[in-house]
Design a protein around this ligand. Structure first.
Ligand SMILES: Nc1ncnc2c1ncn2[C@@H]1O[C@H](COP(=O)(O)OP(=O)(O)OP(=O)(O)O)[C@@H](O)[C@H]1O
Ligand SMILES: [Mg+2]
Length: 416
């Protein structure tokens, strides 16, 4: 097994990661490569994370890790930083934390910066991704020396799917969680959708700002509202159509996954609900204006859409067991994986955080059987119980493909 090397940087060495010379955007090169250079018989580009260097990231003072191309298990007691390592991978591939939207909270307590450096191999090319943040400055995200000006430039280049305990928020929380999940997945695969969503959100912000500052109807600038609405209405219809088509596509894969995981014992559905798909949408949107003025915000439109999750014809939130909810989420995330793979022509990394809790033996075995075929390339699994994970991997003959990283405390990480 490979040994984890540790490197020590002098204090205040954030510049080590930050110094750079701008060059060509990697986006163009990667996408061109996928289209042109992939052998025709190979459908998906092979991608895996070779190494990761962390500095002052949450509870990780400094680490340098070299990963297996297949299965990587991060094991150790509660609170040692297993999920934080997955989050560091998420940061490098997606450009932000999966758990904490406030970047500064990911800097280690008492420190001035965090920096992450990931080395990702895609086919025969290596990409060096750097993500760093210094207190009081803007976050820096670079790929092969190219510094992004917008986070969205990085979207879809290094796809990953993370399945974690917080995912049940998708079922339990409000519609904004579900919209974010579906929009983010679709935006990674479809730049037109991302553009529509971005423009719509900016118009919505401006419309809301105007409604907020006007204390009474007499202060409303009707011409300005008309300008916003004339742009927002067609965008809303486009967004709703794209979400509907995407939901139809993902729901088929989701249903197959759920049936596979549960041996077809339960009937589940996933449907998209949007007023913007109805013929009277524009009329109802305009009729809502008086209420918008009263509420001082736009309370009708695609930013209020929802996705309905059901089991046996009933809301999974209200009637699903914890295990059923977890299976629903796993089936959904695996569907996300398959669609990202299909549309981006690259196999995403799969990050499984504490996934085996609450799954019965059939569902666990089913999930493991997926790991042992060639559906996934590189997988990261965290578990507080090293014995359980090694036995599970042994049971599907995957133990020889796995690298076990044992974390005793953030600084004492060893590969076995
Ligand atoms: N900004 C920060 N600076 C220092 N430590 C932090 C920071 N943010 C989080 N932590 C610490 O990280 C630890 C949690 O790490 P993490 O969630 O990765 O643990 P884990 O190994 O996944 O545990 P579990 O098995 O319970 O899921 C906590 O001790 C928390 O205090
Ligand atoms: Mg954890």
């Amino acid at each position: 097994m490979q040994e984890n090397k540790k490197r020590f940087y002098p204090k205040g060495s954030a510049n080590f990661f930050m110094a750079s010379t701008p060059s060509v955007s990697p986006a163009f090169r990667i996408r061109t490569k996928n289209l042109v250079m992939l052998p025709f018989f190979k459908i998906f580009a092979l991608m895996y994370l070779e190494s990761l260097v962390l500095r002052h990231f949450k509870n990780h003072q400094q680490q340098e890790l070299h990963f297996s191309k297949r299965i990587n298990c991060l094991v150790g007691m509660n609170g040692v930083g297993k999920t934080n390592l997955l989050d560091a991978i998420h940061y490098c591939c997606i450009g932000k934390s999966a758990f904490n939207s406030l970047d500064t909270q990911n800097i280690q307590h008492g420190e001035q910066f965090f920096s992450l450096k990931a080395s990702v191999r895609k086919q025969e090319e290596i990409f060096e991704i750097i993500c760093a943040l210094q207190q009081g400055k803007s976050k820096v995200l670079k790929c092969n020396q190219y510094e992004y000006t917008r986070l969205s430039e990085h979207f879809g280049l290094f796809p990953l799917v993370l399945i974690c305990p917080d995912d049940t928020d998708l079922i339990r929380e409000g519609s904004d969680y579900r919209r974010k999940f579906f929009d983010f997945t679709l935006a990674q695969m479809n730049a037109t959708f991302l553009g529509y969503l971005y423009t719509y959100s900016n118009l919505l912000k401006s419309r809301n700002a105007h409604l907020k500052q006007a204390n009474e109807a007499a202060q409303i600038d009707w011409a300005l509202l008309d300008t916003y609405d004339a742009q927002m209405l067609p965008l809303a219809r486009q967004i709703a159509k794209m979400r509907r088509d995407f939901c139809q596509e993902i729901s088929k894969v989701f249903a197959e996954n759920y049936a596979f995981l549960t041996e077809e014992r339960e009937q589940t559905t996933l449907t998209y609900q949007s007023e913007a798909l109805n013929t009277d949408f524009e009329q109802r949107y305009r009729a809502h204006l008086q209420q918008d003025i009263f509420l001082k915000r736009t309370d009708f439109g695609v930013h209020k859409d929802d996705f309905k999750f059901e089991i046996g014809g009933h809301s999974i939130k209200k009637f699903g067991s914890q295990g059923q909810q977890k299976s629903y989420i796993i089936a959904l995330k695996l569907a996300q994986f398959k669609l990202l793979q299909k549309h981006l022509k690259v196999t995403p990394l799969l990050l499984l955080d504490d996934i085996f809790d609450k799954l019965d033996s059939i569902r666990t075995a089913k999930l493991l059987s997926l790991l042992s075929d060639d559906t996934f390339t590189q997988v990261f699994i965290t578990d507080a119980n090293p014995k359980r994970i090694t036995e599970l991997l042994r049971s599907v003959c995957l133990i020889d493909w796995a690298e076990i990283f044992e974390l005793s405390q953030a600084e004492n990480l060893s590969a076995q």
